[in-house]
Write a protein that binds this ligand. Structure first.
Ligand SMILES: *Cc1c(COP(=O)(O)O)cnc(C)c1O
Length: 498
């Protein structure tokens, strides 16, 4: 299988090149030239497999330049039993009737990013051996909270890699901040920036494509790559859990092989839901993909109207991983849905960077709407929904999952479409303990410190506290630096000793 770029479809690279390089040289994103097809027998054959076997079955089709031994090494290492708190890796929990929750947060950092970022370092080091032998890979990450920690944890002490993480100083939860600033490992660095996630992401993108900086790196036998979901190696592992969730529903007799399901995804950078789109295009019986947003509802507006306009107020919410106004992976969807129109993608992305907005044609948005629905949820509903689910179903959601659950309720109420549904749950409620505890108590008066809040939430709900979060209490804070976005490239030089 070969990959091309959303901004120049004449480009052809292997999976290993796409993963090692991260982003295409003209700024486009790598996408598969064509998708493998899974017929219903092949999907049925996955029902009785373990998560690891399901992962190999899906990834085999995408990473055709990897040997079987290499793929085994990567997948077995990433999803080893001792790294996840559920032997299912991504368990599906029935809540009520046709409503099921896919728990994607049983990995070492308690957020769904682990599903991809436990695998990415393996994919990347194997890819670098094939395409850039001897080079040290420098991973630059802009994070709204969860990616940073999951990437640090995935890459720590991995030979021939270094990782630098930038996060918005006031844009992450106290637990997320502690997770990052206490990170262990010889090859890691973390820095806060004065700005929001979009500032961090835009600056990281600019550094990636800056020829001067790249040349400096090359002198030291280093090269940049990306662990953000613009990297194909981040997206491809996420396709797996849609096949896995479907298999789980068949196994639990909630559906019969071949039945359609809906999928609801709490969305930020559009990576998770795009992986669901790929699964659907490959043949998984998904009827609708419902894109759930918080008060930063730019994607809801786009999916309803065809106009993407980031000239709007930015809200800092209780679901910070979704506080995003530029959803990078939408570019991939636009490419595929427009019939591989790289010229159009270039125009739209130019308009986005120059005017902060673009409008797509009637035909294109209709096409997108045949697959995607969308909704958003304000802050009061986020906490109201956490409260309701804890009381009614004894199920504790985090703030991001709550957004999706509420948008799902609204979707069913508006459309009557209540077929079996999978709602992605993207974080442990203990990563956002304060918001979750306030929601459960129906109050806004929690003045406990982070760890006492965790204990109190545990006392009130009985939900188990993930071991990695408990352990943070005794760790030393290693990274205290804060910089302005204009100084990020200097910071990169400093942190890399260039
Ligand atoms: C990253 C993240 C999201 C958003 O996922 P995208 O792939 O960026 O759309 C949602 N919830 C949580 C908890 C996350 O960490």
């Amino acid at each position: 299988m070969l990959y091309t770029s959303t901004r120049n479809k004449n480009i052809r690279v292997s999976a290993a090149q796409a993963i090692a390089q991260g982003i295409s040289e003209e700024g486009g994103l790598f996408v598969p030239c064509e998708l493998p097809e899974f017929d219903i027998d092949k999907i049925g054959s996955m029902v009785d497999m373990s998560y690891i076997q399901r992962a190999k079955t899906v990834l085999r089709e995408f990473l055709t330049d990897f040997t079987d031994e290499e793929l085994d090494y990567c997948v077995n290492g990433a999803y080893a039993a001792n790294k996840f708190s559920s032997e299912k890796i991504a368990p599906v929990v029935n809540i009520n009737g046709n409503e099921n929750i896919l728990e994607l947060w049983h990995g070492p950092t308690c957020a769904f990013k682990d599903m991809a970022l436990q695998l990415l370092p393996y994919l990347m080091t194997v890819s670098a051996k094939k395409t850039a032998d001897g080079k040290t890979i420098v991973i630059l990450v802009a994070t709204s909270g969860d990616t940073g920690k999951a990437a640090l944890e995935g890459f720590k002490n991995v030979d021939n890699t270094k990782i630098l993480v930038f996060y918005p100083v006031d844009g992450v939860s106290p637990m997320q901040k502690l997770q990052m600033t206490t990170q262990e490992g010889e090859n890691v660095a973390v820095c806060a920036i004065n700005g929001n996630f979009d500032d961090a992401q835009s600056s990281v993108k600019a550094i990636f494509t800056n020829d001067e900086i790249k040349a400096e790196l090359a002198k030291k036998n280093m090269m940049f790559s990306s662990a953000n979901s613009i990297n194909w190696g981040r997206l491809v592992p996420q396709i797996v859990y849609y096949f896995s969730a479907y298999s789980e529903l068949v196994q639990q007799n909630r559906i019969t092989l071949g039945d359609e399901i809906n999928v609801v995804v709490p969305t930020g950078n559009f990576g998770n839901i795009l992986a669901g789109y790929y699964a659907k295009q490959m043949g998984l019986p998904i009827k609708k993909l419902v894109c759930a947003s918080n008060s930063n509802n730019i994607l809801t507006d786009f999916l309803k109207s065809g106009e993407y306009d980031k000239n709007r107020e930015f809200y800092t919410t209780t679901s910070p991983s979704m506080d995003i106004l530029i959803s990078s992976n939408l570019e991939r969807l636009l490419y595929h849905m427009s019939g591989d129109d790289d010229k159009l993608v270039c125009e739209l992305m130019k308009s986005l960077s120059e005017n902060g907005r673009y409008v797509v044609s009637e035909t294109l948005i209709k096409n997108i709407q045949s697959v995607f629905d969308a909704g958003f949820c304000d802050e009061a509903s986020v906490s109201g929904t956490i409260h309701k689910y804890e009381k009614e179903f004894r199920y504790l959601c985090d703030t991001h999952t709550s957004v999706a659950v509420k948008v799902y309720e609204n979707y069913v109420a508006e459309t009557g479409d209540d077929i079996p549904t999978v709602i992605d749950s993207t974080a442990s409620p203990y990563k956002f303990s304060k918001s979750v505890l306030n929601a459960v108590n129906g109050a806004d008066d929690c003045d406990l410190d982070e760890f006492d809040t965790v204990d109190e939430l545990n006392r009130v709900t009985g939900a188990p506290v993930p071991a990695p979060l408990k352990a943070l209490k005794d760790k030393e804070v290693r990274f205290k630096e804060v910089c302005n976005k204009e100084n990020m490239s200097e910071m990169v030089f400093k942190l890399l000793d260039l």
